[in-house]
Design a protein around this ligand. Structure first.
Ligand code: F6P
Ligand code: MG
Length: 442
């Protein structure tokens, strides 16, 4: 787009984008293939010989994909009919139209990283849907579930804290309530460290009690707009005309497993404290960036919580189930979230979703990939205002809650980025730092 910085891309040899395409994505593909291998006997039990044939077919399609990537072959159109196939192929055409000086073919190490990485996950999905009867298999499901089980102690600590707090909420003064709100926001932020894409599909669970670490982690919050969120939601806020009015908070989810638990306890707190009256969650329609939440993951996690032998976790599970039943929590999915488009294109590409998000008083965008899509995954100067990088995307007041896992960050103080780079060259990509970055009412 004219007047905007260039996209991050694998063209920049040695960049995080380059390393991701060269090393991390093939590693993730190999793990996906392994997962199919490991389920061979399950496929046989369920579908007989047809299951075995399908497993072979999916593996050969994924191996071909890995080879295309590693030899930097042109990116090819999708062939299998699915709800978003045409939109994807149009987007591929659009990317090719931008490549005047080359042979006009989009390539893995040449095209924008955001596009390449999304395309890879969409091709994994294509390999699976081309392989019936195992066409609803989620190659990442096992690792997502494992992340939840490995984080059990922290999950229980969080649910215990929440349930005990709820019984005292009525007697908290406004300052105490604000402190608790800030705690749950930070829990949700650091929950974003646990994604399985950064770790190349390797386990990345939360083993320590996150609540006791919040104090020491505070120093790693580079942009902290939590006060703005409080000003929007606090009891007696100026915008409130009727105290019984609905307050809708939208959470655009990221990873399943531990991070999802941190988002659910935040949402639970918002309702119990009456800072919000409804919470709408937005998840992915297909397996995505290894650990992203699909409807199946969401439902699975609520079920796991409900049937836990721990009384606080199971009480949470029961509460979550009833919030969903009565519509205080609503789960939505939409194909837009698994398209390669930047969010500034949403009002054109998915006007229905944009209109839906406009109904929120506040939208929380979880995680790194959402940040990349909010800001267009471009080489912005660190000091460029967030509002500018959003490039007109503003369905409602919004906040990115993200740990840094890609070489992009805007809205920093002059010199802040340079100072960090000098003392810690990998500060942008390890997930050690986090932000609450807000773009308020227009
Ligand atoms: O490690 C980088 C990466 O693969 C990025 O491409 C992506 O932004 C991130 O992982 C996924 O992180 P998150 O789950 O926070 O969106
Ligand atoms: Mg993710």
């Amino acid at each position: 787009m004219a007047g905007q910085p260039a996209s991050l891309s694998g063209r920049d040899v040695g960049s995080f984008a380059y390393i991701t395409i060269k090393d991390r994505i093939p590693q993730i593909l190999t793990k996906a293939i392994d997962s199919l291998h490991r389920h061979k006997s399950k496929f046989f039990e369920k579908h007989g010989e047809k299951g075995l044939e399908a497993e072979k077919k999916a593996i050969s399609l994924l191996s071909k994909l890995r080879n295309e990537l590693q030899t930097d072959k042109p990116m090819i159109p999708l062939v299998e009919k699915f709800a978003d196939t045409d939109i994807w192929n149009q987007y591929l055409d659009y990317q090719q139209s931008l490549l005047g000086e080359t042979d006009g073919k989009a390539r893995w190490f040449f095209s924008p990283w955001l596009f390449v990485e999304c395309y890879m996950y969409r091709r994994i999905h294509e390999a699976i849907i081309q392989s019936p009867p195992i066409d609803d298999f989620d190659v990442f499901k096992e690792s997502k579930d494992q992340n939840f089980f490995e984080s059990q102690e922290s999950v229980i600590a969080l649910c215990t804290y929440l349930q005990e707090l709820i019984s005292t909420l009525e007697v908290l003064d406004e300052n105490q309530l604000k402190n608790e709100f800030f705690k749950f926001l930070q829990i949700s932020l650091w929950g974003n460290k646990c994604d399985l894409s950064l770790s190349g599909g390797e386990t990345s669970s939360q083993k320590t009690n996150i609540i006791t670490s919040l104090g020491e982690l505070q120093a790693f919050i580079l942009v902290n707009d939590m006060e703005h969120l409080w000003a929007l939601l606090r009891p007696g806020k100026e915008t409130e005309t009727d105290s019984a009015a609905a307050v809708r908070v939208a959470i655009v989810l990221d990873n399943s497993g531990f991070e999802l638990v941190t988002d659910l306890v935040l949402a639970h707190f918002l309702l119990s404290s009456r800072l919000a009256t409804e919470v709408h969650f937005y998840g992915k329609t297909i397996p995505w960036f290894v650990s992203d939440t699909t409807r199946r993951d969401f439902t699975w996690l609520v079920e796991q919580a409900k049937s836990s032998s721990d009384k606080y976790l199971s009480r949470c599970g029961l509460d979550w189930e009833s919030y969903l039943k009565v519509g205080k929590w609503v789960y939505h999915d939409h194909i837009f979230w698994t398209l390669p488009h930047e969010f500034c294109a949403m009002s054109q590409v998915a006007p229905d979703l944009y209109t839906e998000l406009q109904k929120a008083h506040l939208i929380l965008f979880k995680g790194d990939l959402n940040y990349r899509k909010l800001t267009g995954d471009r080489k912005w100067e660190f000091t460029v205002p967030f509002h500018q990088a959003l490039n007109g995307f503003h369905p409602a007041p919004l906040c990115s809650i993200r740990t840094l896992k890609a070489e992009i960050q805007v809205g920093l103080q002059p010199g802040q980025g340079e100072e960090l780079a000098a003392s810690e060259p990998s500060w942008l990509t390890t997930g050690k730092y986090g932000i609450f970055q807000f773009d308020g009412p227009l």
